[in-house]
Design a protein around this ligand. Structure first.
Ligand code: TYM
Length: 333
């Protein structure tokens, strides 16, 4: 059986990278797969946070999923902390994860920065919790952006290590990453060599899903570019990080390829191309942000959707945790 699991952290607002690299693909995949979509709130407390803001962000990310087209009836949609199995399986998998594997994780090195001794244990152990998220549902496929690739390889390694240790080769499926489409890695609008990220201090580095038309226009107008007109080939485009990023965004927003975008816009100056980009971005994002606002006006309804999702997720999770306890030798009384 094929099952998808994926999630996003409710830290700050979702941005265009989250939408084009992941959420948009989830919307397409829900037709063909049984899907579990999670708002990974336990992951969000691995960095500084404000409790009241976190609570609102959890609702906001839930609203973003639904507004982008995720059907909360057909799929399971819930917040991670509402299903205790995530934390339980996390511990058991942590007891099967060599430190050497965690020491290789580049995201920890980036996030911990120079002050590694002050970084919290949760940030270091983060990829184990992520493996637990996926394996708790025995998910076979995980649609994510390119930046999550290393974490997914670790999840596969942990699944394999658990299966081998207990001689249960097929217990956890080895989850396949689904890194799809043109927009697997959207870059900052200020620096085409840096990933678009929620943690970038410059608001001008990213387009948020809730930005209004004027803000989107302003951010794209200020986006870094080079003085050349757009080239004719993808090969030439790839030598120019900022140009490549804007063309990639345009392609993903219009469900086309970079080659098709260049066929239409080669020779254009950035002023003209950016206007076209603003138009497609606003056309795509304005309905999502309007729907988010409509949904967020009724927080009770969002909480009910999450509660119902947590019950459905919990039924699968409880089953896996019981099986894992039996395998590990933890007495269920
Ligand atoms: P997070 O919250 O950083 O990002 C959510 C999703 O958005 C993708 N993404 C991007 N894609 C393209 N370009 C970008 N600039 C960009 N920035 C982010 C991410 O790849 C991701 O798919 N660890 C995960 C959350 C998580 C998870 C999981 C994901 C926790 N448990 C289990 C899958 C399965 C994270 O921090 O994503």
């Amino acid at each position: 059986m094929n099952r998808i699991f994926s999630g996003m952290q409710p830290t700050r607002q979702l941005h265009l990278g989250n939408y084009l690299g992941a959420l948009k693909n989830w919307v397409a995949l829900q037709k063909d797969y049984e899907c579990v979509f999670c708002v990974v709130d336990l992951h969000a407390i691995t960095i500084d946070h404000t409790p009241d803001v976190l609570r609102e962000n959890i609702r906001e990310v839930t609203a973003a999923y639904i507004a982008a087209g995720i059907d909360p009836e057909k799929n399971i949609l819930f917040n991670q902390s509402a299903v205790p199995g995530h934390a339980e399986l996390n511990w058991i998998l942590a007891c099967h994860t060599p430190l050497g594997w965690l020491n290789r994780m580049t995201q920890f090195k980036e996030k911990a920065g120079k002050h590694r001794d002050n970084a919290v244990l949760g940030l270091y152990a983060y990829p184990v919790l992520m493996a637990a998220d996926i394996l708790l549902y025995k998910a076979t496929h995980v649609p994510v952006g390119e930046d999550q690739k290393q974490h997914l390889e670790l999840a596969r390694d942990i699944a394999g290590a658990f299966n081998r240790y207990y001689g249960k080769e097929d217990f956890f499926p080895l989850p396949e990453p689904q890194i799809m489409g043109e927009a697997t890695r959207i870059m900052s609008l200020r620096d085409g060599t840096k990933k678009m990220s929620k943690s970038d201090e410059s608001e001008y580095s990213r387009i948020n899903l809730t930005d209004d038309a004027d803000t989107i226009a302003l951010k794209f107008r200020k986006a870094k570019t080079d003085p050349e007109p757009l080239p004719e080939t993808v090969e030439d485009l790839e030598k120019r990080p900022e140009a490549n990023n804007l063309v990639t965004i345009y392609a993903a927003l219009t469900d086309s390829t970079r080659q098709q975008v260049l066929a239409q816009h080669a020779g254009s100056q950035f002023s003209g191309f950016k206007s076209a980009l603003v138009e497609v971005a606003v056309a795509k994002l304005a309905p999502i942000s309007a729907e988010m606002n409509r949904l967020l006006a009724d927080k009770g309804e969002i909480d009910r959707i999450l509660k119902r999702g947590a019950e459905r997720a919990g039924a699968i999770a409880d089953q896996t945790v019981a099986e894992v306890k039996d395998i590990v030798g933890l007495l269920r009384v």
